[in-house]
Design a protein around this ligand. Structure first.
Ligand code: AMP
Length: 299
């Protein structure tokens, strides 16, 4: 099955304790669609400015990511500047420039089908909702978010939860959104607002999954070297939904595997700046880590 991904395509300027990069390719939809494309074909819906190099579009197309929904608009591409300190689980946002995203309401490409699965990667929840209403998806609907939207668009986000099958956010965001310190309580709050399944990402500590019938926890893959955590969450969301788009039926076993694939793909992302870590691997490398992950966690 195809997966439609909507979210940001961005230029990121990032500083971590291990280095600094300016204006490198980033964005929630970038990481998510590249990660998902390991398992299923992707339709990307987003917008870029006139400063966006054609070679990035070529990169997407080479990786089974259809960019007919990636609009070119006069102006500048979305820009995000952030800094990480030694606690790499927390990004300090220094600036966010929505640029061409300001008021953006995309055209839906012809090849996007309401039967496809949909990933509403991190972006303004009002835009996520707008896309949902345009597509009226019948497949799986997943949604990711971040602290900025919880702070400024909380009402829109809570309203959106009713339409969402799988909601992903990190532990700090779960606490911020729900007012609960205990993550089980936070997951219950999210489920009471309509999301059928919740994933709470915990950075280097892995992720938790909650649904009515299944509770599951997955560690992060053990890495020797980590350069930049940017995009780990989006990669996780893309890897997970990409894998779920490749199976015939979403069973508990498929959900468990999807979480492991999300975790493994994120481990490649954090090894390098931008999408470099993801772009250097093939499915075979992902499967190798999957097998090693099994060994590391079996008891
Ligand atoms: P994460 O997976 O949480 O590390 O996400 C990092 C990515 O999110 C970066 O590549 C940013 O370009 C993107 N991003 C940051 N802020 C926003 C925002 N407000 N809306 C959409 N995308 C964002």
């Amino acid at each position: 099955m195809r997966l439609t991904v909507i979210g940001s395509v961005a230029f990121d300027s990032v500083e971590t304790p291990f280095g600094k990069k300016d204006d490198v390719l980033g964005g929630s939809a970038t990481y998510a669609s590249v990660a998902a494309s390991f398992f299923s074909p992707v339709n990307l819906i987003s917008v870029v400015g006139t400063d966006f190099p054609g070679r990035y579009r070529t990169m997407f197309n080479k990786r089974n990511v259809d960019t007919s929904g990636l609009e070119d608009k006069k102006g500048k591409t979305f820009r995000w500047r952030a800094r990480y300190h030694y606690d790499l689980s927390y990004a300090e946002t220094l600036s966010t420039h929505l640029n061409v995203f300001e008021g953006f309401r995309p055209k839906i490409p012809k090849n996007v089908n309401s039967k496809d699965n949909l990933l509403l990667a991190n972006i303004d929840p009002e835009l996520q909702d707008w896309i949902f209403e345009k597509i009226r998806p019948k497949g799986l609907v997943a949604c990711d978010t971040m602290n900025l939207w919880i702070e400024h668009k909380r009402k829109a986000l809570l309203k959106l939860l009713k339409k969402v099958d799988l909601f992903l956010l990190n532990d700090a965001e779960a606490r911020q959104l729900t007012g609960h310190t205990n993550l089980l309580d936070a997951a219950k709050y999210i489920s009471s607002h309509g999301a059928k399944m919740t994933v709470i990402k915990k950075g280097e500590h892995g992720a938790l999954f909650f649904s009515k019938g299944l509770k599951f926890m997955v560690p992060a893959y053990l890495l020797e070297k980590l350069l930049d955590p940017t995009g780990a969450g989006d990669t996780f969301a893309g890897g997970m939904t990409g894998y779920l788009s490749s199976v015939r039926k979403i069973t508990d076993s498929a959900l468990r595997k999807a979480l492991v694939y999300g975790s493994i793909l994120a481990s490649f992302t954090v090894e390098k700046f931008s999408v470099k870590g993801l772009l250097k691997v093939e499915l075979k490398d992902v499967e190798d880590r999957y097998r090693h992950f099994e060994k590391l966690t079996k008891f």
